[in-house]
Design a protein around this ligand. Structure first.
Ligand code: SF4
Ligand code: ZN
Length: 371
């Protein structure tokens, strides 16, 4: 009943220093198991794999990168051992809901890709859709997530229905389920009490929670502002947004995009200013699905502030982006008003402004930001 299988080459069959595609599937069964728990268990794999000495795990969903040190390899570490760790942790940490567990790792590139497209992606989309109709107004509580404190000791995400965790892998439903499965765990409720500024999303109860869970490092955090006490970032963000001072708009880049942004910075350069659990007004890490939310940069005028993002990311969220902008500003095809690396190939602020002046997005008629 203890099954951990590797489909494809083991680590000693591939050259040292090479990159391969890997997927792992954890199948669980149990009387108390619910489909909603799936993403909760999945996100914990990030911390478990990181706890293996000499192994590093970053990212989420189909954007995970795992690095295995040469020392581990020389000591005999195999892909199979990743599966053994997952098996042992799922069985021990989720014993209340998991009776049986089996793990399959795929290291064959074609098979891993097929599995991603046919099994994993539809599942991720299903999870995202389930939350699409929920609003922050409709619930009586938000939740903290401090799962990333092993890397960023002062970091605390506040997760709401319309603002998922910056890793993009933790939704409001997930934090709620985490609390249920692990009552003393990383996700604790924040009752929506003491709202002092609706637009910023400033709550006495949120301040109190982030102060407590950041161990005093944070005093004030707003839910919807990029400038006033923005949420902190660990290092897991799917995207980073930052202010572009010439157009007074906001630029977003994502982990998959290695190119330059009109800020004159790449993703990794922006990441180095943003991570570590500190507040950096004007820069913020966030999940992809937060962008098309009605609460994205609400304090700064909403998603209409957006002036540039990588084409691939734009295409991923195009429909939702257009829908939200239609709803908020009554404009059609908003996505086409936002520049990308194809409409601004030089990636500088002058070119960006020239493009924007032609298409006239909402950002150009908004009040200047108080930078
Ligand atoms: Fe939790 Fe935030 Fe880390 Fe995601 S990035 S696991 S929501 S603390
Ligand atoms: Zn993190």
């Amino acid at each position: 009943e203890h099954y951990v299988g590797v489909y494809g080459p083991e680590i000693d069959a591939i050259p040292v220093g090479s990159k391969i595609s890997l997927s792992y599937t954890v199948e669980v069964a149990g009387k108390a198991m619910q489909p909603d728990f799936e993403s909760v268990i999945e996100r914990k794999m990030h911390s478990w794999i990181n706890c293996i000495e000499g192994v590093m795990h970053t990212g989420q969903r189909d954007m995970i990168r795992i690095r295995i040190s040469k020392a581990d390899f020389e000591a005999g570490f195999k892909f199979k051992h990743l599966g053994e760790v997952l098996y042992a942790k799922v069985k021990s940490e989720f014993e209340a809901v998991v009776d049986k567990c089996q793990i399959t790792l795929i290291t064959d590139a074609a098979e891993a890709e097929k599995f991603r497209d046919e099994v994993a992606m539809p599942r991720y989309n299903q999870r995202d859709d389930r939350l699409a109709s929920m609003t922050d107004e409709a619930v009586d509580r938000y939740f903290t997530c401090i799962m990333c404190q092993s890397f960023a000791p002062a970091h605390c995400c506040v997760v709401t229905p319309e603002r998922l965790g910056l890793c993009g892998a933790v939704s409001w439903q997930d934090v709620k389920d985490t609390k249920e499965m692990d009552p003393a765990g990383p996700c604790q409720p924040i009752l929506k009490e003491g709202c002092t500024d609706e637009k910023l999303g400033r709550y006495a109860s949120v301040d109190e929670a982030v102060n407590k869970y950041s161990h005093g490092a944070l005093e004030h955090v707003t839910l919807y502002s990029l400038f006033q006490d923005p949420m902190t970032s660990c290092g897991c963000f799917e995207c980073i947004c930052g202010v572009e001072p010439v157009s007074m708009g906001v630029v977003i880049t994502c982990r998959e995009f290695a190119g330059m942004t009109p800020l004159g910075m790449t993703f990794s350069e922006m990441a180095s200013m943003t991570g570590g659990g500190v507040q950096t007004p004007g820069f913020m890490g966030h999940g992809k699905h937060y962008i098309a939310s009605h609460k994205f940069l609400k304090a700064e005028g909403g998603v209409g502030r957006l002036v540039w993002l990588p084409k691939e990311l734009k295409d991923q969220i195009r429909d939702k982006l257009n829908e939200t902008a239609k709803d908020m500003y009554d404009i059609d095809n908003f996505a086409d008003m936002v520049a990308d690396e194809t409409s601004c190939p030089n990636g500088n602020p002058e070119e960006l402004l020239a493009f924007l002046s032609e298409v006239g997005p909402p950002a150009l008629s908004m009040d200047p930001l108080d930078i």
